[in-house]
Design a binder for this molecule. Structure first.
Ligand code: GDP
Length: 196
C-alpha cells in the first residue's frame, strides 16, 4: 500500500459518527504524548496529517483517514491526561471498548507507547479489550532513538515476554519517527492487516 496517498476523511465527535462500517480499518491509540501523531505523519510522509498539538481536557475528535475507498486509518484520541475528570475518562473508556468490540471493519489496533514507559495501566486495558475482540495488536515502542541499541533491544524483548500474558495476536516493535527505525516493519504489518 502506498501510505503517502493517505488523505483526511472526517473528524468524528464520537464512535457513532464514524464513516460506514465497511471495508477494512486499522486504529492507532496511545497515551497522550506517546508519539502517535508523529508516527502517523511518518507513515504517510506528511508533516501535518495528524495534528501534534492538543489541549489536555478538551474534547478530542476521532480523526479518520482514507488510504483508498476500502481502507481507513483511525486516529483515536490520546488517553491518560491527569486533568481529565473521571466521568469523562469513564465515558471515553466505555465508548472505546464498544468501538473495539462492535466495529466489524476494524482489523487491527496499533498501540503506541513511549519505549521508556511501556505498558501503563490504560495501555494494558486497551490491549485486553482488543484481544477479547479478536483484533490483531501491534505494540509500537516509540521514540526508540532515545535509547541505545542494547537498552532498546532489552525493552523490546521484555515487552514481548510481558505481552504473552494477554494470550492474543500481539507483535512488538521499536519505532522512531525521528530515525524511521521500525517504519518498514510497521508498513509490513499494516499491509498484512489490510490484505494488500
Ligand atoms: P501524540 O500526543 O501521541 O500525538 O504525540 P506527538 O506525536 O505529538 O509527540 C509527542 C512529543 O514527542 C513531541 O514533542 C514529539 O516531537 C516527540 N516525539 C514523537 N516521536 C518521536 C520520536 O520518534 N523521537 C523523539 N526523540 N521524539 C519524538
Amino acid at each position: 500500500i502506498n501510505y503517502q496517498s493517505t488523505t483526511f476523511l472526517t473528524s468524528a465527535p464520537d464512535i457513532r459518527a464514524l464513516p460506514a462500517d465497511e471495508g477494512i480499518e486499522v486504529a492507532f491509540a496511545g497515551r497522550s504524548n506517546a508519539g502517535k501523531s508523529s508516527a502517523l505523519n511518518t507513515l504517510t510522509r506528511q508533516n501535518s496529517l495528524a495534528r501534534t498539538s492538543k489541549t489536555p481536557g478538551r474534547t478530542q475528535l476521532i480523526n479518520t483517514f482514507s488510504l483508498d475507498n476500502a481502507r481507513r486509518l483511525i486516529d483515536l484520541p490520546g488517553y491518560g491526561f491527569a486533568k481529565v475528570p473521571l466521568t469523562v475518562k469513564e465515558k471515553w473508556q466505555k465508548s472505546l471498548a464498544e468501538y473495539l468490540m462492535k466495529r466489524s471493519s476494524l482489523k487491527g489496533l496499533v498501540v503506541l507507547m513511549d519505549i521508556r514507559h511501556p505498558l501503563k495501566d490504560l495501555d494494558q486495558d486497551l490491549i485486553h479489550w482488543a484481544v477479547e475482540s479478536k483484533l490483531s495488536v501491534l505494540i509500537l515502542l516509540t521514540k526508540a532513538d532515545k535509547l541505545g541499541p542494547g537498552a532498546r533491544k532489552k525493552i523490546v524483548l521484555d515487552v514481548r515476554e510481558a505481552s504473552l500474558a494477554f494470550m492474543g495476536d500481539i507483535q512488538v516493535q521499536a519505532f522512531s519517527s525521528l530515525s524511521k527505525l521500525g517504519l518498514p516493519e510497521l508498513e509490513q504489518t499494516l499491509d498484512q492487516w489490510f490484505g494488500a
